[in-house]
Design a protein around this ligand. Structure first.
Ligand code: G
Ligand code: G
Ligand code: MN
Ligand code: NA
Length: 254
């Protein structure tokens, strides 16, 4: 209850914000889009990272209201990008299990598309493996409904959760995000290297796209390029950029 009130208060006091981390097309070096990441500027605790509060919020079932706020911010940002002439940039939005199970989700997204005059193909919804296994039948139904509206799906943190490969064939997924824990060791750990390169090959055989997360060096990027990884995200390109700085960032860099 303490946290519940804190979160409600935080929404009212506008202590939440989004930062956007660029995703780069590995072959062309061009900007592909951004992943939206939640930030909480707490009055006493300072900037609280999502890993420290998303889980607590999910457990107290507050991710649905907070998620509505996140999604609308993403639509506002996407609209601004289009107006500044940045067309076809993807915005990746993280969704927790409760959000995907929320019966109001598809109506909300439909309203947002018409309110902001945007195509669903501008967005990719990121689900973690633990979300996918929560309630397979309902998850599938919800994914198919959103997929038919035009939204794309990415599996986040791939390889770290409980999912089995059979989900890749059952679920309408477009993109696999290789977790950054595999990237950290890829240059000197044989297993990490093999996992990454064979995941890229497998994902392509399934006609899906692959994003490598946690790319921190040009040496990592070179290997990813050699193995035809589609997109990359990580500190080598940029940290997540606060929403307020996004347009300046784009003018400077792209
Ligand atoms: O920025 P950071 O690496 O601390 O983010 C950690 C994780 O928090 C992300 O990988 C993601 O799973 C989760 N997360 C960040 N922003 C959001 C959000 O807006 N909604 C949901 N549901 N999860 C988020
Ligand atoms: O949704 P997901 O867990 O993928 O969120 C991405 C998280 O990973 C963010 O919290 C972000 O701060 C972090 N991150 C992004 N790029 C890098 C990177 O290159 N190195 C490290 N160590 N962390 C990263
Ligand atoms: Mn993510
Ligand atoms: Na991740």
């Amino acid at each position: 209850l303490q946290l519940e009130n804190e979160v409600r208060g935080a929404l009212e006091r506008q202590e939440f914000s989004l930062s956007l981390q660029p995703q780069i097309n590995v072959a062309s070096g061009k900007l592909y889009g951004f992943e939206a990441l939640l930030r909480w500027q707490h009055p006493e605790r300072g900037m609280v990272p999502p890993d420290d509060f998303i889980g607590v919020i999910e457990n107290s079932h507050l991710m649905v209201p907070l998620g509505y706020w996140v999604m609308e911010r993403c639509f506002v940002i996407a609209r601004q990008l289009v107006e500044r002439g940045y067309h076809n940039l993807k915005i990746a939005i993280n969704l927790s299990a409760d959000q995907l199970a929320d019966p109001g989700l598809s109506d909300f997204l439909q309203q947002q598309l018409s309110k902001y005059q945007l195509a669903a193909s501008n967005f990719e919804l990121e689900l973690t493996e633990s979300t996918l296994v929560k309630n397979v039948a309902d998850t599938l139904a919800s994914m198919h409904a959103l997929k038919s509206m035009g939204f794309g799906f990415a599996i986040d943190d791939f390889g770290t959760g409980y999912s089995s490969l059979s989900y890749l064939k059952q679920m309408p997924v477009d993109t696999i995000k290789i977790d950054k824990s595999f990237l950290f060791g890829m240059l000197d750990n044989h297993a990490d290297f093999q996992i990454i390169t064979s995941t890229i090959a497998m994902v392509h055989k399934l006609d899906l796209k692959v994003v490598a997360e946690g790319v921190e060096s040009s040496a990592q990027l070179r290997v990813l390029r050699q193995h035809h990884c589609d997109y990359a995200q990580g500190f080598y390109f940029s940290k997540a950029v606060p929403e307020k700085e996004l347009l300046h960032f784009l003018q400077d860099k792209f």
